[in-house]
Design a protein around this ligand. Structure first.
Ligand code: DX5
Ligand code: ZN
Length: 214
């Protein structure tokens, strides 16, 4: 089953509860946390995760685009995140493993994220701890960018490893997913699709969520 994770980065922050309710037919709610350091943009943080937790009926998929996330993962879990993904580029391998272990110890689902220039094999040291791998199909930092089709070999490679190793790990894509590109990512092995603009700019949001399932 293909899962859809609308990104609230494309929502109206002045009407967040309304915009969360508008995507209630989705599977996860994708929350983009940016620190202005790891990426050149600042979005939302812990208090917002805590406030939306009782509003969203689905699991919160928190994508940390922050430097040295090991410093904050425990607090994001306690604020109500269900899935917490950290970038492999954001710290040393030792600290990244530690971050994943902390998320697991909190009873939440840990995952790693790869920026477009990061090769597939960067996931290998962490795959045993991951319940999610997120492959970026745009440079992280902003919504509404163009989908990078050249990430498909990387996606397919990671799908092969997950299946070969028989891991209980989902494979997610983020960036430029729309009713056309969704078909490409599904063909290449993704089972969780993040979509910001494609969902929130749609005239009929439930219909768009259905369409994105492929
Ligand atoms: C980008 C974020 C994405 C973003 C996707 O840094 O990680 O989650 O919201 O937006 P769209 O779907 O508009 O490309
Ligand atoms: Zn994201």
């Amino acid at each position: 089953m293909i899962k859809i994770a609308p990104s609230i980065l494309a929502a109206d922050f002045a009407n967040l509860a309304r915009d969360i309710n508008r995507v209630s037919s989705a599977d996860y709610l994708h929350v983009d946390v940016m620190d202005g350091l790891f990426v050149p943009n600042i979005s939302i943080g812990l208090p917002v995760v805590q406030s939306i937790r009782p509003v969203a009926k689905m699991p919160l998929d928190v994508h940390l685009m922050i430097d040295r996330p090991v410093r904050y993962v425990e607090r994001f879990c306690q604020a109500g995140a269900d899935i917490v993904t950290v970038h492999v580029e954001a710290d040393t391998p030792e600290n990244t493993r530690r971050a994943l272990e902390i998320i697991r110890e909190q009873g939440k689902r840990p995952g790693v994220v790869l920026k477009p220039k990061t090769p597939a094999d960067a996931v290998l040291p962490f795959l045993d701890l991951c319940r999610m791998v997120l492959v970026m199909t745009v440079e992280p930092g902003f919504g509404g960018q163009k989908f990078m089709a050249d990430m498909m070999p990387k996606l397919r490679q990671i799908r092969t490893w997950i299946d070969e190793k028989g891991l209980d790990c989902e494979l997610e894509v983020d960036g430029g997913v729309d009713p056309v590109t969704c078909k490409t990512v599904i063909q290449n092995g993704a089972n969780v699709l993040v979509a910001g603009s494609a969902v929130y700019k749609a005239p009929d949001i439930p219909e768009r969520i259905r369409e994105l399932r492929g």
